[in-house]
Design a protein around this ligand. Structure first.
Ligand SMILES: CC(C)(COP(=O)(O)OP(=O)(O)OC[C@H]1O[C@@H](n2cnc3c(N)ncnc32)[C@H](O)[C@@H]1OP(=O)(O)O)[C@@H](O)C(=O)NCCC(=O)NCCS
Length: 162
Protein backbone atom coordinates (compact mmCIF):
# COMPACT_ATOMS: atom_id res chain seq x y z
CA UNK A 1 0.00 0.00 0.00
CA UNK A 2 1.27 3.46 -0.73
CA UNK A 3 0.53 6.66 1.16
CA UNK A 4 -2.97 7.87 0.54
CA UNK A 5 -4.10 4.69 -1.24
CA UNK A 6 -7.72 3.89 -0.56
CA UNK A 7 -8.12 0.46 0.98
CA UNK A 8 -11.89 0.18 0.75
CA UNK A 9 -14.57 0.46 3.46
CA UNK A 10 -13.76 4.16 3.97
CA UNK A 11 -10.19 3.43 5.00
CA UNK A 12 -7.08 5.14 3.70
CA UNK A 13 -3.36 4.67 4.25
CA UNK A 14 -2.32 7.52 6.53
CA UNK A 15 0.32 10.11 5.77
CA UNK A 16 1.93 12.76 8.02
CA UNK A 17 -0.93 15.04 6.91
CA UNK A 18 -3.17 13.00 9.24
CA UNK A 19 -0.98 13.61 12.30
CA UNK A 20 -3.07 16.42 13.80
CA UNK A 21 -6.31 14.46 13.44
CA UNK A 22 -4.72 11.38 15.01
CA UNK A 23 -3.40 13.45 17.93
CA UNK A 24 -6.86 14.90 18.55
CA UNK A 25 -8.54 11.48 18.54
CA UNK A 26 -5.76 10.10 20.76
CA UNK A 27 -6.19 13.00 23.24
CA UNK A 28 -9.94 12.25 23.43
CA UNK A 29 -9.22 8.55 23.98
CA UNK A 30 -6.32 8.33 26.47
CA UNK A 31 -5.15 10.13 29.63
CA UNK A 32 -1.68 10.66 28.09
CA UNK A 33 -2.45 12.06 24.65
CA UNK A 34 0.40 11.94 22.12
CA UNK A 35 1.41 15.05 20.14
CA UNK A 36 0.81 15.75 16.47
CA UNK A 37 4.58 16.04 16.05
CA UNK A 38 4.99 12.55 17.49
CA UNK A 39 2.38 11.13 15.13
CA UNK A 40 4.05 12.94 12.24
CA UNK A 41 7.38 11.28 13.07
CA UNK A 42 5.73 7.87 13.36
CA UNK A 43 3.93 8.19 10.06
CA UNK A 44 7.22 8.96 8.29
CA UNK A 45 8.85 5.72 9.43
CA UNK A 46 9.05 3.00 6.77
CA UNK A 47 8.35 0.29 9.35
CA UNK A 48 5.06 1.87 10.44
CA UNK A 49 1.65 1.31 8.90
CA UNK A 50 -1.00 3.93 9.63
CA UNK A 51 -4.59 3.54 8.48
CA UNK A 52 -7.27 6.19 8.88
CA UNK A 53 -11.04 5.68 8.81
CA UNK A 54 -12.71 8.56 7.02
CA UNK A 55 -16.20 9.92 7.31
CA UNK A 56 -17.52 9.98 3.76
CA UNK A 57 -15.44 11.78 1.19
CA UNK A 58 -13.84 14.34 3.48
CA UNK A 59 -10.18 13.46 4.03
CA UNK A 60 -10.07 15.64 7.16
CA UNK A 61 -13.00 13.84 8.70
CA UNK A 62 -10.96 11.11 10.37
CA UNK A 63 -13.07 9.04 12.75
CA UNK A 64 -10.46 6.51 13.83
CA UNK A 65 -7.01 5.15 13.13
CA UNK A 66 -4.58 2.34 13.76
CA UNK A 67 -0.79 2.41 13.75
CA UNK A 68 1.27 -0.78 13.56
CA UNK A 69 5.02 -1.29 13.62
CA UNK A 70 6.21 -4.23 11.57
CA UNK A 71 9.50 -6.06 11.09
CA UNK A 72 8.95 -9.51 9.62
CA UNK A 73 8.08 -11.93 11.03
CA UNK A 74 6.51 -9.82 13.83
CA UNK A 75 4.32 -6.76 14.11
CA UNK A 76 2.71 -4.86 16.97
CA UNK A 77 -0.21 -2.50 17.34
CA UNK A 78 1.30 0.79 18.51
CA UNK A 79 -2.04 2.49 19.03
CA UNK A 80 -5.67 2.33 17.93
CA UNK A 81 -8.46 4.77 18.70
CA UNK A 82 -11.88 5.83 17.45
CA UNK A 83 -13.63 9.14 18.13
CA UNK A 84 -15.95 8.67 21.13
CA UNK A 85 -19.01 9.68 19.08
CA UNK A 86 -18.21 7.10 16.38
CA UNK A 87 -17.65 4.04 18.55
CA UNK A 88 -19.57 0.76 18.28
CA UNK A 89 -20.04 1.15 14.53
CA UNK A 90 -17.43 -1.39 13.53
CA UNK A 91 -14.70 1.15 12.71
CA UNK A 92 -11.99 -0.42 14.87
CA UNK A 93 -12.88 -3.85 13.55
CA UNK A 94 -12.49 -2.64 9.97
CA UNK A 95 -9.18 -0.93 10.75
CA UNK A 96 -7.85 -4.12 12.31
CA UNK A 97 -9.02 -6.28 9.40
CA UNK A 98 -7.33 -4.00 6.86
CA UNK A 99 -4.12 -3.82 8.90
CA UNK A 100 -4.12 -7.60 9.21
CA UNK A 101 -4.46 -8.00 5.44
CA UNK A 102 -1.48 -5.68 4.89
CA UNK A 103 0.61 -7.50 7.51
CA UNK A 104 -0.14 -10.94 6.08
CA UNK A 105 1.05 -9.70 2.69
CA UNK A 106 4.20 -8.36 4.36
CA UNK A 107 5.25 -11.82 5.64
CA UNK A 108 4.17 -11.08 9.21
CA UNK A 109 3.50 -14.29 11.14
CA UNK A 110 2.84 -12.98 14.65
CA UNK A 111 0.94 -9.87 15.69
CA UNK A 112 1.33 -8.52 19.25
CA UNK A 113 -0.17 -5.76 21.36
CA UNK A 114 -0.21 -4.48 24.91
CA UNK A 115 -3.49 -3.36 26.38
CA UNK A 116 -4.57 -1.98 29.74
CA UNK A 117 -6.10 -4.93 31.57
CA UNK A 118 -8.77 -2.52 32.85
CA UNK A 119 -9.92 -1.50 29.36
CA UNK A 120 -12.93 -3.74 28.67
CA UNK A 121 -13.76 -2.24 25.25
CA UNK A 122 -10.27 -2.88 23.90
CA UNK A 123 -9.82 -6.32 25.47
CA UNK A 124 -13.23 -7.40 24.09
CA UNK A 125 -12.33 -6.08 20.64
CA UNK A 126 -8.98 -7.88 20.63
CA UNK A 127 -10.46 -11.15 21.86
CA UNK A 128 -13.15 -11.21 19.19
CA UNK A 129 -10.55 -10.44 16.53
CA UNK A 130 -8.55 -13.51 17.56
CA UNK A 131 -5.89 -12.24 19.96
CA UNK A 132 -5.04 -14.40 22.96
CA UNK A 133 -3.49 -13.22 26.20
CA UNK A 134 0.07 -14.52 26.55
CA UNK A 135 1.30 -12.60 29.59
CA UNK A 136 0.94 -9.68 31.98
CA UNK A 137 3.18 -6.73 32.76
CA UNK A 138 2.33 -5.88 36.34
CA UNK A 139 1.86 -2.16 37.02
CA UNK A 140 2.91 -1.26 33.48
CA UNK A 141 0.57 1.71 33.04
CA UNK A 142 0.63 4.74 35.33
CA UNK A 143 -2.31 7.08 35.83
CA UNK A 144 -3.59 9.49 38.45
CA UNK A 145 -5.60 6.55 39.79
CA UNK A 146 -2.45 4.45 40.29
CA UNK A 147 -0.74 1.68 38.36
CA UNK A 148 -2.53 -0.80 36.15
CA UNK A 149 -1.44 -4.06 34.56
CA UNK A 150 -0.88 -4.52 30.83
CA UNK A 151 -2.01 -7.67 29.07
CA UNK A 152 0.29 -8.84 26.32
CA UNK A 153 -1.79 -10.36 23.52
CA UNK A 154 -0.74 -12.28 20.44
CA UNK A 155 -2.36 -13.45 17.22
CA UNK A 156 -0.80 -15.90 14.79
CA UNK A 157 -1.22 -14.75 11.21
CA UNK A 158 0.13 -17.89 9.55
CA UNK A 159 0.69 -18.16 5.82
CA UNK A 160 -2.00 -15.77 4.61
CA UNK A 161 -3.63 -18.67 2.75
CA UNK A 162 -5.72 -19.88 5.68
C1 LIG B 1 -11.42 0.16 21.75
C2 LIG B 1 -11.96 1.02 20.59
C3 LIG B 1 -10.82 1.31 19.62
C4 LIG B 1 -13.08 0.22 19.86
O1 LIG B 1 -13.48 0.98 18.72
P1 LIG B 1 -14.92 0.75 18.03
O2 LIG B 1 -14.87 1.33 16.67
O3 LIG B 1 -15.98 1.24 18.94
O4 LIG B 1 -14.99 -0.83 17.96
P2 LIG B 1 -15.97 -1.69 17.02
O5 LIG B 1 -17.26 -0.94 16.81
O6 LIG B 1 -15.22 -2.12 15.82
O7 LIG B 1 -16.26 -2.93 17.98
C5 LIG B 1 -16.01 -4.26 17.58
C6 LIG B 1 -16.35 -5.17 18.74
O8 LIG B 1 -15.46 -4.93 19.85
C7 LIG B 1 -16.19 -5.12 21.08
N1 LIG B 1 -16.33 -3.84 21.77
C8 LIG B 1 -16.02 -2.60 21.29
N2 LIG B 1 -16.27 -1.65 22.21
C9 LIG B 1 -16.78 -2.30 23.29
C10 LIG B 1 -17.23 -1.88 24.56
N3 LIG B 1 -17.24 -0.57 24.91
N4 LIG B 1 -17.65 -2.82 25.43
C11 LIG B 1 -17.65 -4.12 25.12
N5 LIG B 1 -17.24 -4.61 23.90
C12 LIG B 1 -16.81 -3.70 23.01
C13 LIG B 1 -17.57 -5.59 20.68
O9 LIG B 1 -17.51 -7.01 20.58
C14 LIG B 1 -17.73 -4.96 19.31
O10 LIG B 1 -18.68 -5.61 18.50
P3 LIG B 1 -20.25 -5.19 18.67
O11 LIG B 1 -20.33 -3.70 18.67
O12 LIG B 1 -20.88 -5.83 17.46
O13 LIG B 1 -20.70 -5.78 19.97
C15 LIG B 1 -12.61 2.35 21.12
O14 LIG B 1 -13.47 2.05 22.18
C16 LIG B 1 -11.58 3.37 21.60
O15 LIG B 1 -11.07 4.17 20.81
N6 LIG B 1 -11.27 3.34 22.92
C17 LIG B 1 -10.29 4.27 23.49
C18 LIG B 1 -8.89 3.97 23.00
C19 LIG B 1 -8.49 2.52 23.26
O16 LIG B 1 -8.81 1.94 24.28
N7 LIG B 1 -7.76 1.94 22.27
C20 LIG B 1 -7.33 0.55 22.33
C21 LIG B 1 -6.19 0.32 23.23
S1 LIG B 1 -4.66 0.68 22.41
Amino acid sequence: MTGGAVTGSGLIVATPAHAAAFAEIHRLSFDDGWSAAGFGRMLRQPDMLGLAALDGEDADGVSGFIICRFAAPEAEIVTLAVLPARRRRGIAGRLMAAAEEFLRRSAIKEWFLEVDAGNPAATALYEITGFKSVGTRTGYYRSNAGRRDALIMRKELGSGLD
